[in-house]
Design a protein. Structure first.
Length: 296
């Protein structure tokens, strides 16, 4: 009887659990599906509220308007450059910070770790940060998008823990006996064995750089340097659409309708590259996070 009641209790638990998870999935998935469907619908269908689940009056006019917008292409190019360069720089400095802190024979390791953690709780604020960037001559340059956000202490801690828990001390001792110095050990042994955590940290930095617009809003004034997210913000929040964008599609949709289509189309266009890249690192994601989050 106890076994039978236990089996019924397990089945009930799984039913309730799956129902709750299914509800959460619908809550999360529906807005994404709505945005995708609206981007492929006609402007009149979007404005009239006919779009609920699937595209209505299938149309590509929103995407046509997006790719005719000169600033979208410029923003796309700038964002790719910022993301690629920023991720490389961030990954480089993160590894150089995390590996020494993971070594128990590194003198002053605790003090340096405390200094890193201190910066997670306290910072100089917006005005001192702006003044620093200005004094370094980085205003209206690509480096204003790369240097201020180059290092994430949280990512350093994750990678440091991974190195500490996944790279045996015996491996270091064996390499040192063979005459391998610290730099060779890091490049030839540690990094090849750290593929999962490197993939995860690369994804973290890449997503942060791709979605970054606040630094651009503060540090950039030249439109030719604007990232895609700032262009998206101008269209979505300020509701500004240039005559160049409206050019050939004015006869096909009202200005308001085109603005609505641009919102959804730009969201899809700006999110698609990250969604396309995620499957390539997904297999490392859980493993890297789980190992890197265990306290060593």
């Amino acid at each position: 009887m106890d076994t039978l009641s236990s089996a019924k209790g397990d089945r009930l638990f799984h039913i309730v659990n799956n129902a709750v998870l299914g509800l959460f999935l619908i809550i999360v998935l529906y807005p994404l599906l709505y945005v995708l469907s609206a981007s492929f619908s006609s402007s009149s269908a979007v404005i009239s509220g006919k779009v609920w689940l699937w595209p209505v009056d299938f149309s590509l006019e929103g995407y046509q308007a997006v790719f005719r917008h000169r600033m979208v292409w410029t923003g796309f190019q700038n964002t790719i450059i910022y993301t690629a360069l920023g991720t490389i720089v961030s990954l480089f400095v993160t590894i150089l910070a995390a590996y020494p802190l993971s070594r128990s024979d590194f003198k002053g390791r605790r003090a340096f770790t405390l200094l890193f953690v201190f910066t997670m709780m306290f910072n100089g604020g917006l005005i001192p940060s702006y003044l620093l960037v200005r004094e370094l001559g980085m205003l209206d340059t690509i480096w204003a998008m790369v240097v201020p956000t180059a290092l994430s202490v949280w990512n350093v801690m994750i990678m440091m823990t991974y190195f500490r828990t996944s790279i045996p001390k015996e491996l270091l001792e064996s390499a040192q006996m063979d005459g391998c110095n610290d730099f060779k050990f890091l490049l030839r042994i540690v990094l090849p064995l750290s593929g999962p955590i490197i993939a995860v940290i690369t994804l973290f930095y890449g997503v942060d750089q791709w979605n970054q617009y606040f630094n651009a809003l503060i540090f950039l004034k030249k439109e030719k340097l604007f990232p895609l997210q700032l262009v998206l913000r101008d269209i979505l929040i300020q509701n500004q659409v240039s005559q160049e964008t409206l050019g050939d599609v004015q006869t096909a949709a009202a200005r308001q309708g085109l603005r609505e289509l641009l919102k959804y189309s730009l969201i899809v266009v700006s999110s698609a590259p990250l969604l396309a890249a995620y499957p390539f690192v997904q297999k490392y994601f859980v493993k890297g996070i789980m190992i890197g989050s265990i306290k060593g």
